[in-house]
Write a protein that binds this ligand. Structure first.
Ligand SMILES: [Fe+2]
Ligand SMILES: [Fe+2]
Length: 309
């Protein structure tokens, strides 16, 4: 059997593709891009939450939020490592992101205006991420799938801490309830956009589905998220900001309104509310961290020399 047939056979029989296996160049490139974008999202996703770290309402909330943000940094690191197993270069990928040549999730270009946003981000944004990432636990590339298993465990803590934080607000004063509803109104639609364009508008998806990089389509994942989440909104005594939302008994799914794709396109093209702010923050962090990288490399070189000696 030739290499290409062996690869196809492994994909068909759900045998993971491993770093040293032969793989089509396009498969490798697609994965480096996808894993790289995923890693960037974890890293940039720390920023909207960090905005509230010094203003968390209690020490307990601050400690929980800090732990969550640290988890996201860890997710970024696993993912950059997974990209490296494919020959992706961590620094090169990161520099592409800083130069605006590689994307990260559109959701992180929205501002976190109130404390309620932090709860809603954990609940809805990490909730949407979980739907996507649970499906990726069965992705065909072994290192990516294994990273997802661990990441999903941590994500489920993120989602729960978010829901616990919004529950406290839902059981609070009128002002707290209004703040929560406002946050849901602003984050609902951007959360649905996280799954990407409709299947009919997503030309690369078919190949990714055939290679089992993607296991469920954008629309299937989005539907799962809506079906999972509507009753959670209702349990809080809040409403979903979608007049077209209704339960379809026959299909066993919620029907929902049309996403504002013009807004989505604007944000992914760099014109969202916070695109500039996010990239500026990461560029500043890169420059300010130069001495740390230099010191770490110098230390590693010294250790190497000692070991050889
Ligand atoms: Fe994460
Ligand atoms: Fe998370």
């Amino acid at each position: 059997m030739n290499e290409s047939a062996l690869f196809e056979q492994k994909v068909a029989s759900e045998t993971a593709i491993e770093p040293k296996d032969w793989m089509p160049e396009h498969y490798r490139k697609t994965l480096i891009r996808q894993i790289g974008q995923h890693a960037h999202s974890e890293i940039v996703g720390m920023l909207p939450e960090a905005n509230w770290l010094t203003r968390a309402p209690t020490l307990h909330r601050k400690a929980v939020l800090l732990a969550k943000i640290q988890d996201e940094a860890g997710h970024g690191m696993y993912l950059y490592s997974a990209a490296e197993t494919l020959g992706g270069d961590r620094t090169e990928l990161y520099q592409k992101m800083l130069a605006g040549e590689m994307k990260y999730s559109s959701i992180f270009n929205y501002p976190t205006l109130t404390w309620a946003d932090i709860g809603v981000v954990g609940w809805l944004v990490d909730g949407a991420a979980i739907v996507n990432q649970v499906a990726l636990c069965r992705t065909s590339y072994g290192p990516y799938a294994r990273a997802m298993v661990r990441i999903c465990k941590e994500e489920s803590f993120h989602q729960r801490q978010g829901y616990e934080a919004v529950t406290a607000l839902a059981n609070g004063t009128e002002a707290q309830r209004a703040m929560l509803q406002d946050a849901i109104n602003r984050w609902w639609w951007p959360s649905l956009m996280m799954f990407g364009p409709n299947d009919s508008e997503s030309p690369n998806s078919a190949q990714s589905m055939a290679w089992k990089i993607k296991r469920l389509s954008n629309d299937e994942l989005r539907q799962k998220f809506v079906d999972n989440t509507v009753h959670q909104v209702e349990a809080l005594g809040m409403t979903v900001p979608d007049p077209d939302l209704k339960w379809n008994e026959e299909l066993g799914h919620y029907e929902f309104g049309e996403i504002d794709w013009e807004e989505f396109n604007q944000v992914i093209q760099g014109h969202g509310i916070c695109n500039q702010e996010r990239l500026d923050a990461k560029r500043r962090a890169w420059d300010n961290g130069a001495w740390v990288r230099e010191a770490a490399l110098a230390h590693a070189r010294k250790q190497n020399v000692r070991q050889v000696a």
